[in-house]
Design a protein around this ligand. Sequence first.
Ligand code: KG4
Ligand code: ZN
Length: 348
Amino acid sequence: MGAVERVLGIETSCDETGVAIYDGRRGLLAHRLFSQVALHEEFGGVVPELASRDHIRKLAPLITEVLAESGLGPADIDGVAYTQGPGLVGALMVGACFGRALAYGWGVPALGVHHMEGHLLAPMLEPDRPTFPFIALLVSGGHTQLVRVNAVGDYQMLGESLDDAAGEAFDKAAKMLELGYPGGPKLAALAATGSAERFDFPRPMVNRPGLDFSFSGLKTYTLNTVADCKARHDGELHDDDRADIAAAFQDAVVSTLLIKCRRALKQEGLKQLVIAGGVSANRQLRAALEEEMTKLRGRVFYPRPEFCTDNGAMIAYAGYCRLQAGLSEALPVSVRPRWPMTELSSLG
Ligand code: KG4
Ligand code: ZN
């Protein structure tokens, strides 16, 4: 087996089908994403079985497209990486079986990638990348984690959410504001039109030492504020109340995340911060961390917006790092819907 140069990456952990080809010398050659938002919208959230079925429909055409755009044929691909977990078990199985079978057919190695490692390494796809070690704030729909990253695979968990993840909190608050799915981006857009000053939302756990998060109190506070506003208007939620609640909620999440990042950087004596995962697309969060890192004479790195949320490029890159280091797996396909990132092998 020759050196691994070009890797096909497949992401199917939730409601986006993502595929990409990463080349060790030339960088990202092509990527495609199909979002299932329209499919799940009428149900107000992701329906796992529908997600799996749609991944089956989309994978082959998307892979054909990235190969064509890269000007490559199957013989040019040196390895296949797919998301092995965490995620929805059926959705993961689709990508895993497809990826494993393709690799077998093409006679190249395959490897299951950790979805959160994909997010964490996504800023490495940008021209301006951090150097090890750095602090990563991972904020997605299922995870809120502060990690010390010493090398690829060498992850020290500094803190995480004790209840809801930041993205999940955004989604639940959006539901309370009757904004529908996908909630996070809708709430963020509405927050930009409101005032964060009117309501005084709590900053959960910032007065306690440590780097863990909790967002359930904020959720209750949002629910109560919505109920108060409705009670004042015969059970109806007015648009100005909705916008002000969205702004106050977002402000509370952003300042909580910021305080914990500052604390983690100080504790570890580091000046580089990476933010990744769906919530890292949030403009207010980016602006707040930019300002903070300028004050601290440090730097914040994040992926371009389309690589903040789920995508195939991050899986192709993480897979490239590991396949190139000689890692690969045997034929049996397994997925890990729950999978602590600290169990990964270090490449450092
Ligand atoms: O990383 P991701 O695409 O999927 C998971 O691995 O979970 O993250 C999705 C999460 C959702 O909860 C979504 O509401 C949130 O990221 N999100 C946002 C924004 N864009 C996506 N939250 C706040 N502001 C945004 N602009
Ligand atoms: Zn994700």
